[in-house]
Ligand binder design. Structure first.
Ligand code: NDP
Length: 451
């Protein structure tokens, strides 16, 4: 049987574009359909614009610090319009880079929605049907609203980048990556930020000590964080939003942003109709090689709800090409993925939290929390945390958790050692880089506690 294409990719985000490019470079005839902007969540409405906003928001504190260091400068107002104009231009540039990658590698693109008609047939929104030997689902995910009365008046992280003007006040609902990162960003930009999280501590799943410090520092910096609190109901009052909380508070905000999780984009895709298995949260069920229940259909990235991070989607896309086009069955490796949460302060983490590790085996904890030199000199009281979770038996470092400015940069490098299986003694043998914050990671001599 002959097909129009060797590979048809649905979705032009990180995972889809990488798989399309690498397959095409290897000689495959590849097509890709994208209904929105090329680059996907990460480039257009996630990691990239978010990180640029983190940078923008950090300058407010830097002016104060510079004054403390003797600079005669005064802070002036943040010009959201000017920043947004530059941000939009940067995202246009990046989208063109993504389009260029596909074009230059001979990938044919269709700027419209695509769904599956059968195991080898894709149907575009305009009704065109095309066949492919393999189909890769890479549609990503989208923010979901919690289903609270009045939540239609709320916005999501998708909308934040398009606000006409910065609000004076905002309520952020949720305690995950997105909620906590945007709380810091908007606070830094001068917005009065309130955050409601229904659980006992934000950033559930991460090391307790690390999330505790992030939460404490966020409050120190002026975020009005309410734990064990959720929105009960809300309604529009003029151009503001009235919110009643589960703790009885009634307040009015300019905006309410929900960061209450994301759902895979699998609706109305013709998936179940052709036998692709869908899980409880709407995710495409795949095996270790990213293959779905229909052998010609594979899926990578957030649509599979495995580890929802861009570099993981990229790895999954590469492993898919290796498996299907290079005859070399390759499982994407989901073990010991280093990651950063761009809260203020930042958290970098790899491996097991203290809580998860002690469920598995006897451990030693090495942890130190201190005021870093640069901030301390400027009169700030903020603390950083360097922490290692070590196996008593193998001496391997099972987890490394850093809360500090630049923790994302640090954990990338510590992640190599942990991935290599470094022991505590390997860390100890490494000479400290002085004076830095991260030198503490190789100078902690005695365990803080054992468990
Ligand atoms: P998360 O799943 O991390 O967090 C969702 C939050 O919303 C949780 O705190 C959850 O509470 C809360 N929540 C869920 N339902 C409700 C509800 N009905 N009412 C109130 N609160 C609710 O999702 P995010 O949207 O923050 O992020 C999605 C994913 O995107 C992340 O898991 C991550 O993989 C990725 N991401 C990565 C980033 C990075 O690498 N720096 C940055 C941003 C996103 P509870 O804990 O109680 O369930």
């Amino acid at each position: 049987m002959t097909f129009d294409y060797d590979l048809f990719v649905i979705g032009g985000g990180s995972g889809g574009v990488r798989a399309a490019r690498v397959a095409a470079q290897g000689g495959a005839k590849v097509a890709l359909a994208e209904e929105d902007r090329y680059g996907g969540t990460c480039v257009i409405r996630g990691c990239v614009p978010k990180k640029l906003m983190v940078f923008a928001s950090e300058y407010s504190g830097m002016v104060e610090d510079a004054q403390a260091y003797g600079w005669d400068i005064q802070p002036s107002a943040f010009d959201w319009g000017a920043f947004r104009g530059k941000l939009d231009a940067e995202l246009d540039r990046l989208e063109n880079v993504y389009r260029g990658i596909l074009k230059n590698n001979g990938v044919e693109t269709f700027d419209q929605r695509a769904k599956l008609a059968d195991a080898h047939t894709v149907e575009l929104a305009d009704g065109t049907r095309m066949t492919a030997k393999h189909i890769l689902l890479a549609m990503g995910g989208r923010p979901v609203m919690p289903g609270i009365p009045g939540d239609e008046h709320g916005i999501t992280s998708n909308d934040i980048f398009h606000l006409e003007k910065l609000p004076e006040s905002i309520l952020i609902v949720g305690g995950g990556y997105i909620a906590s990162e945007f709380a810091g960003i908007l606070n830094g930009l001068g917005v009065k930020v309130t955050q409601y999280y229904r659980g006992a501590q934000i950033l559930r799943g991460f090391d307790d000590e690390a999330r505790g410090l992030v939460s404490e520092e966020m409050c120190q910096r002026g975020i009005d964080l309410h734990l064990g609190t959720n929105v009960l109901e809300m309604r529009k009052e003029g151009d503001k939003i009235w919110v009643k909380a589960t703790n009885g508070d009634e307040r009015v905000f300019d905006h309410v942003m929900f960061a209450t999780g994301r759902a895979p984009n699998t609706e109305n895709m013709g998936l179940e109709e052709i036998g692709v298995e869908i899980g409880r949260k709407g995710e495409v069920i795949v095996d270790d090689y990213s293959q779905t229940a229909v052998p010609s259909v594979y899926a990578v990235g957030d649509v599979t709800d495995r580890v929802n991070l861009t570099p993981v989607a990229i790895r999954e896309g590469m492993a898919f090409v290796e498996t299907v086009f290079n005859g070399n069955p390759t499982k994407p490796d989901h073990e010991l993925i280093p990651t950063a949460i761009f809260t203020q302060p930042e958290m970098g983490t790899v491996g097991l939290s203290e809580e998860d590790a002690r469920e598995q085996e006897p451990i030693e904890i090495y942890a130190t929390s201190f005021k870093p030199m640069q901030q301390s000199f400027a009169g700030r009281s903020e603390r950083v945390l360097m922490k290692l979770v070590v196996s008593q038996k193998t001496r391997k470092v099972l987890g490394c958790h850093i809360v500090a400015p630049g923790a994302g940069e640090m954990i990338q490098l510590a992640g190599i050692a942990v991935k290599m299986g470094a022991t505590k003694e390997d860390f100890d043998r490494t000479v400290a880089v002085h004076p830095t914050m991260s030198e503490e990671i190789v100078t902690m001599k005695t365990p803080t506690r054992t468990a």
